[in-house]
Design a protein around this ligand. Structure first.
Ligand code: ADP
Ligand code: ZN
Length: 606
């Protein structure tokens, strides 16, 4: 059962007593010199899959990673565990680089992190050709795929690397893996002979919630105050401006939030990212440019104020929450305006028709996830070709408070025929606002100006409120029974609309939950393995955190490089009195024990 050496490294270096999921099999396979393609969700423990083979096999493990800004932290983290690690990227000066290269050639490293852009230089290629390489690890391997959402041209050089060193086993890893992406990775990296390891993509500790958008910033503030006060998290917005405004709004309301987007200068971005990683409980408000590969384990929530463009993107972004396995929330506010905006973006996007169709099918899948009355997790997994055990997960909003459905056929007919009449009788097109005002019989200036109060459909929809009508429009758009057009988001019918108007197609709709939806408390989101700390343990945990913050600051590394929250929680519960006892805690390896053992025991007795 496995190679004893790998277990030894796992416990001695990393302080863990058993492998998780597929880790053992992957590690054994690569230690034996096999190629592997590893598909594992974020937080499942991909890093150990290549780090341990690198430590066990002779030579240096070379890791290709696009995350230049994080290499320093990754290397610091490994060094704290006693691993000899280094990196080569564009942030170094030539002298530093030469030193690392010499150590690599002499085999005095266990792991070398390499930025993909270095592969373009012949000097780097020659270096890799001459050096003692034990394994190539290709992290974030989906970056080689153009179908996915993070394509990096430099990744295409990876096949050259393989041609130069066909003797070295390769392990490619990613947390993004629709069947299409997977095929592309295999083809482009020529990994046809690799063994493929596919883990479940379920992230049981993440609670998925998608709420109707009303007053998004206020909803966000409520959510943070009631459920995530003092927690670290990421808020995603689509535009730079909305990033800036949201960060300011949160800060004004007592929640420390930093903006992050491509319009900020590199220094500011780096500073904000570093603070997020190093300090406890900060919120970053960002465009999607933020977060890939950030392995901060204690991100407690990911909130979206705008609709993500694809389920893959949504899964990636929300996956940044809860790497440590503790309960976390993925929260998305979504409304009619999002659908209109996204459709417009696609219509005006560059690229050919095939490209637009691809964007469109990505969006349709995302909308279906938003509008489903079934379990969100089951839907998400289905998207990745996987199945949930059982029908419902019990830890998403639709499971916790199942939405009602209603027969929206008549409402849909009223709405669609209003759109049709405007077009046919007046040759006009209008946006959702005007259509809803007509249906509700509101004599606004714009309605009287256009004499829309004289239409036969004027006021036929007083049975529904404005919010309800907007929900109808949104869902008809999501179902393709209605479409938007042009710069003003005007509504037009589709071929499928006729089925509703003339051919008896029924339209089941989801009723938006009332404003005061039942909010599950954090303790019910407990498919995650977590123990509630009693008062005394909580106090100890806080003291340990304070010690960790001070020690990390002194060393200039993120707090989690010393110990993760999960490790501190376990220490606070066990309250070990000897080094040997402390050594049994998950996440306390030999190097950390000898470096911090006395200090931690000191905190416990103080
Ligand atoms: P990924 O790269 O897949 O997102 P990481 O490699 O960052 O995940 O691992 C996620 C977390 O799980 C890390 O804190 C890591 O130390 C921890 N971890 C990984 N493997 C194990 C294990 N076998 N036992 C305990 N903790 C583990
Ligand atoms: Zn569910």
């Amino acid at each position: 059962m496995g190679n004893p050496q790998t277990l030894d490294v796992l416990s001695r270096v990393f302080g863990y007593d058993s492998f998780r999921g597929d880790q053992q099999e992957v590690v054994d396979h690569v230690v034996d010199g096999g190629d592997a393609l590893v598909l594992m969700p974020t937080g499942a423990g991909k890093s150990l899959c290549y780090q341990i083979p690198a430590l066990v096999r002779d030579g240096v493990g070379v890791v290709i990673s696009p995350l230049i800004a994080l290499m320093q932290d990754q290397v610091d983290g490994l060094r704290a565990a006693g691993v000899r690690a280094g990196y080569l990227n564009s942030t170094q000066d030539p002298d530093e680089r030469r030193m690392v290269e010499a150590e690599f050639l002499a085999g005095r490293l266990d792991l070398l992190y390499l930025a993909p852009e270095r592969l373009r230089s012949e000097a780097t290629m020659r270096l890799v050709e001459r050096g003692p390489v034990s394994v190539f690890a290709i992290d974030e391997a989906h970056c080689v795929s153009q179908w996915g959402h993070d394509f990096r041209p430099d990744y295409l050089e990876l096949s050259t690397l393989h041609e130069r060193r066909p003797d070295v086993p390769r392990i490619a890893l990613t947390a993004t893996a629709t069947p299409a992406t997977r095929e592309e990775i295999t083809a482009r990296l020529k990994l046809t002979d690799a063994r493929v390891f596919v883990s479940s993509f379920d992230r049981p500790n993440i609670q998925y919630r998608i709420v109707p958008k009303r007053d998004p910033r206020k909803q966000l503030l409520d959510f943070l105050r009631t459920e995530h006060a003092g927690d670290a998290g990421i808020v995603y917005c689509l535009s730079r401006r909305s990033v800036e405004e949201t960060a300011e709004f949160l800060s004004r309301n007592g929640i420390e939030a930093l903006p992050y987007h491509a319009g900020l200068d590199a220094g500011t971005r780096a500073r904000h990212q570093a603070r997020f990683l190093r300090e406890d409980g900060l919120v970053v408000v960002a465009t999607i440019a933020f977060g890939m590969g950030i392995d901060k384990p204690d991100v407690r929530f990911v909130a979206h104020l705008d609709l993500p463009k694809s389920v893959e993107g949504y899964y990636q972004e929300t996956g940044r929450a809860g790497r440590d396995g503790l309960p976390s929330t993925a929260w998305l506010a979504y409304g009619l305006a999002d659908v209109v905006a996204q459709r417009r973006l696609i219509d005006t996007s560059e690229g050919d028709a095939a490209h637009r169709r691809r964007l469109s099918s990505h969006l349709d899948a995302m909308l279906a996830l938003c509008e489903t009355v079934d379990c969100r997790r089951a839907r998400l997994l289905a998207y990745f070709g996987q199945q949930l055990d059982g029908e419902r997960c019990g830890n998403c909003d639709t499971c916790l408070s199942p939405p009602e459905t209603w027969d929206g056929t008549v409402a849909a007919q009223k709405l669609l025929s209003t759109v049709v009449r405007l077009k046919r009788e007046r040759g006009q097109k209008f946006g959702a606002g005007q259509i809803v005002d007509i249906l509700r019989g509101k004599r606004t200036p714009k309605v009287t100006q256009h004499r829309h109060d004289q239409l036969s459909v004027f006021g036929v929809g007083t049975d529904l409120g404005e919010g309800e009508w907007r929900a109808v429009v949104r869902q008809l758009l999501a179902q393709g029974l209605l479409a938007v057009e042009g710069d003003y988001g005007t509504l037009v019918t589709t071929d499928a609309s006729d089925e509703v108007l003339f051919r008896g197609r029924t339209v089941p709709l989801r009723r938006d939950p009332a404003r005061t939806a039942v909010r599950s408390s954090r303790t019910t989101s407990a498919r995650a393995e977590t123990v509630e700390l009693d008062d005394e343990a909580s106090a100890v945990f806080e003291r340990l955190r304070a010690w960790r913050a001070a020690a990390a600051k002194e060393q200039g590394v993120p707090a989690y490089v010393l110990f993760h929250d999960a490790t501190l929680r376990q220490i606070a519960t066990l309250r070990p009195s000897t080094r040997a006892e402390l050594g049994t805690v998950n996440g306390v390896g030999e190097t950390k024990l000898s470096r911090y053992g006395d200090e931690v025991l000191g905190v416990l007795t103080s």
